[in-house]
Design a protein around this ligand. Structure first.
Ligand code: ADP
Length: 422
């Protein structure tokens, strides 16, 4: 059997920092490694073991003291500056822990930047950058500056930037090191998709073993050497086999949700704030932003990039958002088939309490029973929204809940919000 050709082959690679000084450090000791096309590799080991140094050597950003790194039959350590520039433009994309975005450029311009050196007209560059924005659900922040984004968003921008020239190799140095767990998961899913669906070779530095699930091979490093290699035969696939479509659909649902909630919450005189509030709400649902951050922006003066709706109204909006998110979480992950089999009495009881939470008039026992039945039928897909409204408005004597049109429509609205997020 002929062996596959590696995309990258590292041969007897050594690197000494501060050579000949008292601070001299032997960071890599005769490293040998082959990385094959479409592999997902993790460099793992304690801080200071040489993971980043090895990654930067592979990227060509650091020149080793000894040894070679081969790709396409050529040693990158011997590249002319023109070949190296070309390798950086087309051969690989790199993502850093601290994002390294240009703070004075908008998100769109940051992503478009790597294409500048490739030539192509401005509209072509912008189109390619916009495609990346859409792919990573960032279109609504295209004109913002990096510092206005959450960490998770900034890292998605930096992945989009690394990807815009469509290189075969993606390198990442602790890409989730600065992120909370929700945002981390989102970023790790992206790398998993890039590998499984876009067929990119991924090399990632991490000291977190919970990231192993996504990789094909884990390279354990210690004191500048590879001490072990582990093959992961149970590599985790990305959540969806068609991430673009699914991502776009999910985003659309989130935006519809944000649209409905902000419309309902804002007074007519405040409608100019709608777009801002919507993007914040979508940020929260996606896990790119914490509720505390959300609250801070709601209260902050407009001139400082805030929304300035006052503490009380901010608290009201947060409560509404949190409640809907909690209710929808109860139903999350259950499909209609499953929902038909499980009784769901706890979930439905909880939803009914949520519907009645701001409703002052007491409900009779029979009304509660019928309301719960209608909620159950709606979440199970047995009746649609129209049917739900009808049951709510139908007089009690005819088997309905006997509510006015106005109250029914409030109840339907509340259910719609929950179902949109499910
Ligand atoms: P890791 O990524 O595993 O934390 P690094 O590759 O950053 O490890 O570092 C390997 C060794 O090289 C460490 O002893 C570190 O202190 C040293 N080192 C890293 N970068 C430099 C540098 N720019 N100058 C001098 N020493 C460095």
């Amino acid at each position: 059997m002929t062996e596959k050709t590696p995309l990258i082959e590292v041969k007897d690679l050594s690197l000494i920092y501060d050579i000949g000084t008292p601070a001299e450090t032997l960071a890599l000791k005769k490293i040998n490694l082959k990385i094959y096309p479409e592999e997902y590799i993790i460099f793992f080991g304690p801080s200071g073991c040489g993971k980043s140094t090895l990654l930067y050597c592979i990227s060509g950003l650091l020149t080793p003291t000894d040894g070679g790194i081969f790709t396409g039959g050529k040693d990158i350590t011997k590249f002319s500056s023109r070949d190296m520039a070309d390798f950086h433009r087309r051969g690989m994309g790199i993502v850093f822990q601290a994002y390294n975005l240009i703070q004075t450029l908008s998100v769109l311009d940051n992503i478009a930047l790597p294409q500048l050196w490739r030539g192509g007209s401005a509209p072509v560059r912008e189109r390619a950058a916009k495609q990346q924005l859409e792919r990573f659900s960032l279109s609504y922040v295209a004109d913002r500056l990096p510092q206005e984004l959450s960490g998770g968003q900034q890292q998605r921008v930096s992945i989009a930037r690394a990807l815009v020239n469509n290189p075969p190799l993606m390198l990442a140095d602790e890409p989730v090191g600065n992120l909370d767990s929700v945002a981390s998961k989102g970023v790790l899913e992206i790398f998993s998709e890039l590998n499984a669906i876009d067929k990119k070779t991924v090399v990632m530095v991490t000291h977190n073993s919970s990231h192993f699930a996504y990789a094909d091979r884990i390279i354990y490093m210690k004191d500048g050497q590879i001490i072990k290699e582990e093959v992961n035969n149970h590599k985790e696939r990305p959540l969806s086999a068609a991430p673009l479509e699914k991502g776009a659909q999910e985003l659309e649902r989130m935006q519809e949700f944000a649209d409905a909630l902000s419309d309902d919450f804002l007074h007519v005189s405040e409608l100019y704030l709608k777009e801002k509030i919507m993007s914040l709400i979508v940020g929260i649902i996606k896990g790119d932003m914490s509720l505390e951050e959300f609250q801070r922006i709601l209260i902050k003066p407009i001139r400082d990039g805030g929304i300035d709706i006052g503490k009380e109204r901010a608290a009201e909006l947060m409560k509404r958002l949190e409640t809907v998110m909690f209710e929808s979480r109860l139903l999350k992950g259950k499909n209609e088939g499953e929902l038909r089999q499980v009784p769901l009495s706890m979930e439905i009881g909880e939803l009914r309490r949520y519907m009645l939470s701001e409703h002052r008039k007491p409900f009779a026992f029979l009304q509660i029973k019928r309301l719960e039945e209608a909620i159950g039928n709606l979440v199970r897909g047995i009746i649609d929204e129209d049917g739900f409204s009808k049951v709510l408005m139908l007089p009690e004597a005819l088997g309905g809940v006997g509510l006015t049109r106005e109250i029914s429509s409030i109840f339907l609205f509340k259910m719609k919000l929950v179902l949109k997020l499910r």
